[in-house]
Design a protein around this ligand. Structure first.
Ligand code: BG6
Length: 474
């Protein structure tokens, strides 16, 4: 169905963009901040460390002013747990509290709604040493941290996100430098899904607490959701697609929204003696938690065929957030021949964005907040200080058009906050893989001036926002 008359974007649509603390801030051990697992991990070969990043910690005023110039209605950023609690629990760092007060106030000064992610891949190193999400106490660690955030920022922050891409952490945590396995682990699947269970309970309790403490605030999860296509109409491929949809997507949203484990996933865990252990109170917490919206990151869809592998041949973990893997007898991820790829090998599927959002809305009936979407590319700064990123504009044109198609299908959206507001360090490909509307003058190892430059996409997005999504022309 192609709509002849597209419905307009809602009047108060939150146009903005995203970042995360460990990728954008720098100042990784400054003003009392403790190390996170990202600061102590082995840096992927050929990429820079996380000490400076885009240096937003020192340049937030300039950055927020640029976002305001683009007309942002929202800025989604995360709070570094170890800036607030250097050891993850216990003593609060006043300088850390102050930094986010300043950042939030700076946003509000321009009418930009802060959208706060409470956890974005940066477990405090001290808690990592104590087993991270594998430790049953992690639930309480997270809830205590959430309480501090609500107490300090809840008077001004209306939108909260719990855990960024919990599904990616579960499917490929060690690859992005977090979620580790204890030595001598005999049932890896059970260990991973126990950690996942702790995150689900922690999220549920943080949502309940948010509603208790901040009755006017809205809170939601922020997984990475990609509809999974069957490679063919062979019934076995359709079953494989349902399997991966359940494991990759619905497990997280069924739990966040309905407080139940997805049946396909639960049976698969049962077969592998890997069901998580519940402690008293878990079930109730999951049932009592009700998100107000679904925040989600979308980069592309996935395509799978039936897998005829033996467990012994199974490949280890997913390569990265989007690239595939095979689970013996469950599914095998394959390329989709209908889709082009980015320079970094991720498929590009704007129509899949519409399909994913239609499916999510039919399953959960909650408004959607896009918390990431975007194109990682090698950008070049010209001698006269320009970045001609027409490829990024085309990517966004195609995706924003599909949001409008989905709105016209009846899907409710709160906003669009693509990745990323400004260039920052990629999860594992360093500085060369850029996503921002704002270019940061630095290389992988040479910090150069760290000056900011407006990319062509900056001017284009400004026009899109000013027209509330009506003018997507270049
Ligand atoms: C998402 C993450 O998975 O994808 C971000 O939430 C990440 O932290 C983004 O940076 C893009 O991925 P990458 O690997 O290209 O940086």
């Amino acid at each position: 169905m192609k709509h002849k008359r597209l419905k307009p974007f809602p009047k108060d649509f939150l146009w903005g963009a995203s970042s995360s603390a460990y990728q954008v801030e720098g100042a990784s051990l400054e003003d009392g901040k403790g190390p996170s697992c990202q600061d102590v991990k082995e840096i992927p070969e050929g990429t820079s460390d996380l000490k400076v990043c885009a240096d937003q910690y020192h340049r937030y005023k300039e950055d927020i002013a640029l976002m305001a110039e683009m007309g942002f209605k929202s800025y989604r950023f995360s709070i570094a747990w170890t800036r607030i609690l250097p050891k993850g629990t216990g003593e609060v760092n006043p300088k850390g509290i102050e930094y986010y007060n300043n950042l939030i106030n700076e946003c509000l000064k321009y009418g930009i709604e802060p959208i706060i992610t409470m956890f974005h891949f940066d477990m405090p190193a001290t808690l990592d040493e104590r087993g991270s999400w594998g430790n049953p106490d992690s639930v309480q660690w997270f809830v205590d941290f959430a309480r501090i955030l609500y107490e300090n920022y809840g008077d001004r922050v209306k939108y909260w996100l719990t855990i960024n891409e919990q599904n990616v952490l579960t499917l490929s945590g060690p690859v992005i430098g977090t979620l580790h396995l204890p030595e001598n682990c005999t049932n890896v699947l059970k260990e991973i899904y126990q950690q996942n269970h702790h995150m689900l309970v922690a999220q549920a309790k943080a949502m309940v607490l948010c509603h208790e403490m901040l009755p006017n605030a809205k809170i939601g999860p922020a997984p990475n959701i990609s509809l999974v296509y069957p490679a063919t109409c062979k019934p076995e491929d359709v079953i494989a697609a349902q399997n991966f949809n359940a494991i990759r997507n619905w497990l997280y949203l069924d739990m966040a929204v309905y407080g139940i484990y997805n049946a396909i996933v639960w049976s698969w865990l049962e077969e592998n003696d890997a069901t998580p252990t519940f402690v008293p109170g878990d079930k109730e917490a999951m049932k009592n938690a009700h998100p107000d919206f679904i925040g989600f990151n979308y980069y592309n869809t996935a395509t799978v065929a039936a897998s005829d592998l033996d467990a012994a041949e199974e490949t280890a973990l997913m390569g990265d957030q989007q690239s595939g893997r095979e689970m013996a007898g469950i599914f095998k991820q394959v390329d989709n021949p209908n889709l082009p790829k980015t320079e970094f090998g991720w498929e590009i599927d704007p129509v899949g964005f519409r399909a994913t959002t239609r499916e999510m809305y039919s399953r959960y009936h909650l408004p959607l907040l896009v918390t990431e979407n975007g194109l990682g590319a090698y950008d070049t700064l010209t001698e006269d200080g320009k970045v001609h990123d027409a490829y990024r504009i085309h990517y966004y044109q195609d995706h924003i058009r599909q949001i409008q198609e989905s709105i016209s299908d009846g899907t409710e959206f709160l906003g669009y906050n693509p990745w990323s507001a400004i260039d920052l360090i990629s999860t594992h490909e360093g500085m060369v893989k850029r996503y921002g509307f704002i270019y940061v003058d630095r290389d992988e190892f040479d910090l150069k001036t760290l000056d900011r430059f407006r990319k062509d996409s900056f001017y284009w997005y400004k026009k899109v926002i000013a027209s509330n999504g009506e003018d997507l022309s270049e």
